[in-house]
Write a protein of this length. Structure first.
Length: 364
């Protein structure tokens, strides 16, 4: 990780009141400080942890009074320390405004950090006063104890690399749905009731399209099973189980959940392998895959993964719709003029067929 800019501000507010006060820093922190490095690393590790799954989305840009997206763009024009400090103070102001409208909200230290970890990120987190982070009067860290989920109000992270890619695509009128989510938000389960103001202050919105989320679920389940040697054999069964789960969601008119997807994998594998699935939620909710903890199921996306089935007394056929095509190179090539289905044989199937034919020839 390469840490580039960090600052800590203080938001003062007690629960049960609308009174808010702010204590903004006047300068950025020393990025060479081991305490600063420890703080940023600890906050970065919050993302995708079990029980603290991220919601992925974008800036809503619906509230014209919220200037946080605008200040983000201005900062990215030069990425100077001065612009970063201005952006962080604007963030503090927006948080103060939204917190003041909610009596149950409380204050804390607001940490903003720009760092590079594969991609470029801007992370904003709120830490409870006097828990996990001790700072002096100059808002510099003096001590950092183990930061766990109970000490975090909430946090948001912007993938600046993806954000700039999208802005470039939009400027060329060539936006890509697969790159449409760049902002993520996390909050402990115990704090969901007051997390809304944090999302609103940073102009966040859940922007993952149902088609993308549904397709991501299928590809992520396949990738996860592939990453576990003892689960590779169950990839097909896991996919079929996921189809059943999504079909149930559609029938009940309910959203799918990350937990539901994980459970569908468990139903496809023997009980003695269930422990191998314990890391799925963290895997799927990571920055790489961005499978939301809750998402709508897309009918067309599910249909692509359902199977076409038919059988007679002589044969039983079942195949995925995506394998069918009218091109000779398709895995299953259908020729409408001859009404024949031609199968591209796998090595295993080819061997079984040839062994059977050779056996029959030998018996003639």
């Amino acid at each position: 990780m390469e840490i580039k800019q960090v600052v800590i501000h203080e938001l003062k507010k007690a629960s049960g009141t609308n009174d808010v006060d702010t204590n903004p820093a006047t300068k950025l922190l020393n990025i060479e400080s081991l305490l600063v490095e420890k703080l940023v690393i600890a906050l970065d590790k919050l993302y995708g942890t079990r029980g603290n799954n991220a919601i992925y989305g974008t800036f809503s840009q619906k509230d014209v009074t919220n200037q946080f997206p605008k200040y983000t763009d201005q900062y990215l024009e030069s990425e100077s320390d001065e612009r970063f400090l201005s952006l962080s103070i604007r963030c503090l102001d927006e948080l103060a405004r939204e917190a003041g409208a909610l009596q149950s909200s409380t204050g804390g230290y607001i940490v903003l950090s720009r760092y590079k970890k594969g991609h470029e990120f801007l992370l904003i987190a709120m830490i409870k006063n006097k828990q996990g982070l001790n700072v002096n009067s100059s808002l510099e860290p003096e001590d950092i104890t183990e930061i766990d989920l109970s000490k975090i109000h909430q946090a948001a992270r912007i993938n600046l690399t993806t954000y700039l890619t999208i802005k470039d695509a939009e400027s060329e009128e060539n936006s890509d749905e697969e790159l449409s989510t760049y902002l993520s938000f996390v909050s402990p389960r115990s704090n969901h009731d007051v997390s809304g103001y944090f999302i609103k202050a940073l102009d966040c919105t859940d922007g993952v399209p149902s088609s993308k989320a549904t397709n991501t679920a299928f590809s992520t389940v396949a990738e996860y099973c592939k990453s576990k040697p003892d689960l590779r054999h169950f990839r097909s069964k896991a996919k079929d189980s996921l189809v059943d789960y999504f079909s149930t969601c559609l029938s009940n008119k309910e959203p799918a959940t990350l937990t539901g997807v994980e459970n569908s994998i468990r139903q496809a594998v023997p009980a003695n392998k269930h422990e191998l699935i314990d890391g799925f939620s963290e895997f799927a909710n990571s920055e790489k895959y961005q499978l939301p903890k809750t998402f709508g199921v897309n009918v067309k996306s599910v249909k692509k993964y359902t199977r076409i089935k038919s059988k007679t007394e002589a044969w039983d056929l079942s195949f995925q719709r995506t394998a069918l095509g009218t091109d000779e190179n398709s895995q299953l090539y259908y020729n409408a003029s001859t009404e024949k289905l031609i199968i591209q044989c796998s090595e295993d199937l080819k061997k079984q067929i040839e062994d059977e034919l050779n056996s029959n020839n030998g018996n003639q």
